[in-house]
Design a protein around this ligand. Structure first.
Ligand code: GLN
Length: 256
């Protein structure tokens, strides 16, 4: 009798464990677990696609692939508009979002975040010959381009007295600046710096002043604390074993 009871208990446990391990994450045709990740591939050096290249590249892309590997998941990345990322998580179209996304209270009402993985903040880019705009306070009375749905959009609106143009991508914002449709672009510092230094942009400059300090986090659906823990455990492991530092150095040079 005891044996039968033990067997029934073991079977019940097995069914429970099987049902539990899938979570909202699916499996591919080979049966490997798949982590569906959303990202707005317009944010070099975090996520971008070079012409003629099949794979998305960048710091976030390397990091999420390393996290997936650590968790035992294949990572599948979907390119979505930045303002569509949180809705995609909520609709369960993706399991996680990595997209230079700042952790803030407003977003925390709708999603969970991993531990912070990158310290960022906002700076601005103006035309080379700009005299009138030397600091954020000077933006009053000017036209400024920002990416829609971002912390830049929110911060610039808060300054007051600024005419804000919300465009789909940072590239659209920089184009608008060059075409004199706006006088400044406010955007994340590492993306502005990369645009100026690495992509060889001419006729524009980034100003030193920082409007905010912000931390990036990986966003996960509100009801998926299980995945949040897995991601945090993997991130911790990568920080401990030096893999995070390697990825960081690849995109930003050695940490100071
Ligand atoms: N860090 C900014 C935000 O979270 C911008 C992110 C982005 O454009 N990819 O709003």
């Amino acid at each position: 009798m005891k044996k039968i009871l033990a067997l029934v208990a073991a079977m019940a446990f097995a069914v429970f464990a099987l049902a539990g391990c899938g979570g909202s994450q699916g499996a591919d045709s080979s049966g490997a677990k798949v982590l569906k990740v959303g990202s707005s591939i317009d944010f070099a050096p975090f996520e971008f696609q070079d012409e003629g290249q099949k794979d998305y590249q960048g710091f976030d892309m390397d990091l999420i692939r390393a996290i997936g590997k650590e968790m035992g998941y294949a990572v599948e990345i979907q390119n979505l508009g930045f303002d569509g990322l949180i809705p995609a998580l909520q609709a369960k179209n993706v399991d996680a979002v990595i997209s230079g996304m700042t952790i803030n209270d407003e977003r925390k009402q709708n999603v969970l975040f991993s531990a912070p993985y990158y310290q960022s903040g906002l700076t601005m880019v103006v035309r080379d010959d700009e005299q009138a705009i030397q600091s954020f306070q000077d933006l009053k009375g000017h036209k400024v381009a920002v990416q829609i749905g971002t912390t830049s959009a929110e911060a610039v609106k808060k300054l007051g007295g600024v005419e804000v143009k919300e465009l789909n991508t940072p590239a659209d914002c920089f184009m608008e600046l060059k075409g004199k449709g706006v006088d400044a672009v406010v955007n994340d510092r590492p993306v502005n710096d990369y645009y100026i230094q690495k992509s060889g942009a001419t006729g524009v400059k980034a100003l030193e002043e920082r409007l905010t300090s912000e931390d990036y986090g990986i966003a996960i659906a509100k009801d998926n604390a299980d995945l949040q823990k897995k991601v945090d455990d993997a991130l911790k492991k990568l920080k401990e074993n030096g893999e995070y530092d390697k990825i960081f150095a690849k995109w930003f040079g050695e940490k100071k």
